[in-house]
Ligand binder design. Structure first.
Ligand SMILES: [Zn+2]
Ligand SMILES: [Zn+2]
Length: 403
């Protein structure tokens, strides 16, 4: 009897252990408060200008320090957040990012329509945040973009409408007012703009929580593209150099896969956000140079399935590795239930290049390797390929590139 009780307790503990939990995030929203300096945002722990984020939202998630280690201007900062790479880019909106953005990776991996990825801004030059000019990705995989808003209220109002209508997987937005008011040298206006952005962010999060399709399935990041000069380097009016004031930014992360009430002095790079989004939504971000923000998360990457937890909720690939590759590519596939599994490699035109699996699969995580060769044993030509898994009407796709 005691033994049965012990087993029941153990089963209960196993069921509750973090390792037995899969990611819950299905939607990611990234808000960029343009040019908010850390000393006036969440670095001011009286939260004078961001009371909603500091007092109401941070306790629901994680508050960390962010860092822009690249060019501290608007286009480059947004590209760092959305691509996971520091790319020096012209700041006038005439140069497109050269490495893919989250929108492109997501749509390449899932085949999702453009309406599943949104970028909104009240700075027209940020139209270049729809997609990169990477020849393997690009416009055909870009986000829906709307950048002609006149103020931050316009951006957030439209974002809320698109969230309710499309329930996009990835939405990013720029709130530009803080930056342009600061550039005019208006200190009180600058503080007021941060305050307004803070209220809008809270309204956005409240609406997400009130939507039964989004609540408990949506992760929100609130960060900045850059800060502003600290007082030793010219003060709040401008930005763009290497000073601490320009580089240090806020990171607020909340959602079902993040710890609650965590305040950490750990510094996250802007380029850490994109790989974190990739892990949460289950697609690869191969060019990203940042790290997954695992210290903030309830389930560290790589721990899924450890300890024989419940089956994953859906069929999906984790990040292929290496990608791009000059030879073999390793993938792991989360399998939600038992059944007949078919895994094939398709070329960019959808033609089958190789067959990797035809088997009865059990639920859990399964390792899959593609040698980089065709079914006839020849090395496949360099280019983009899709590894497709099919099972009981479900489908998962991972994009891999051979060099
Ligand atoms: Zn900016
Ligand atoms: Zn500076």
């Amino acid at each position: 009897m005691a033994r049965i009780a012990l087993i029941l307790v153990l089963l209960f503990v196993l069921a509750l252990s973090p390792a037995a939990r899969a990611y819950e995030t299905r939607h990611v929203v990234i808000v960029v408060i343009d040019g908010g300096r850390y000393t006036e945002t969440l670095g001011d722990t009286t939260f004078a200008n961001e009371p909603n984020q500091g007092f109401l939202m941070a306790p629901q998630g994680c508050r960390a320090v962010g860092w822009n280690a690249g060019v501290t201007t608007t286009v480059a900062g947004h590209a760092a957040i959305l691509s996971g790479t520091y790319q020096p880019l012209l700041d006038d909106g005439t140069e497109w990012p050269h490495l893919p953005l989250l929108f492109e990776y997501y749509r390449a991996a899932t085949g999702a329509p453009a309406s599943q990825t949104w970028f909104l801004a009240d700075k027209g030059k940020l139209a270049v945040m729809s997609h990169s000019d990477d020849p393997d990705y690009g416009a055909a995989l870009g986000a829906q973009v709307q950048v002609d808003f006149v103020d931050d209220i316009g951006v957030v109002t439209a974002a809320e409408a698109h969230l309710a209508a499309d329930r996009p997987a990835i939405m990013a937005m720029n709130l530009g007012e803080t930056d342009w008011v600061a550039h005019s040298g208006n200190w009180l206006g600058y503080l007021h703009a941060i305050h307004t952005a803070d209220s809008l962010v809270y309204d956005l999060w409240t609406k997400i929580q009130a939507d039964t399709a989004l609540a408990g399935r949506t992760t929100l990041f609130v960060t900045n593209d850059h800060g502003r000069h600290d007082d030793q380097h010219g003060g709040f009016q401008n930005h763009g150099d290497w000073c601490d004031g320009c580089r240090r930014i806020q990171v607020l992360a909340l959602g079902p896969d993040f710890k609650t009430g965590l305040v950490t002095p750990f510094v996250y790079q802007q380029v850490d956000i994109a790989p974190t989004v990739g892990v949460l939504l289950g697609f690869a971000v191969p060019h990203a140079t940042g790290n997954v923000m695992d210290k903030l998360m309830l389930v560290p990457p790589g721990s899924l399935g450890v300890g024989g937890g419940p089956a994953p909720e859906r069929l999906r690939f984790a990040a292929p590795s290496p990608n791009p590759s000059r030879g073999a590519v390793s993938l792991s596939l989360d399998i939600p239930g038992a059944g007949g599994l078919a895994v094939d490699v398709l070329d960019a035109q959808g033609r089958r290049v190789a067959t990797l699996e035809r088997s009865d699969a059990a639920p859990g995580r399964r390792a899959i390797t593609w040698s980089g060769r065709t079914g006839a044993g020849h090395r496949a030509a360099p280019g983009a390929y899709f590894v497709r898994a099919r099972m009981a009407g479900r489908q998962a796709v991972a994009r891999v590139v051979l060099r």
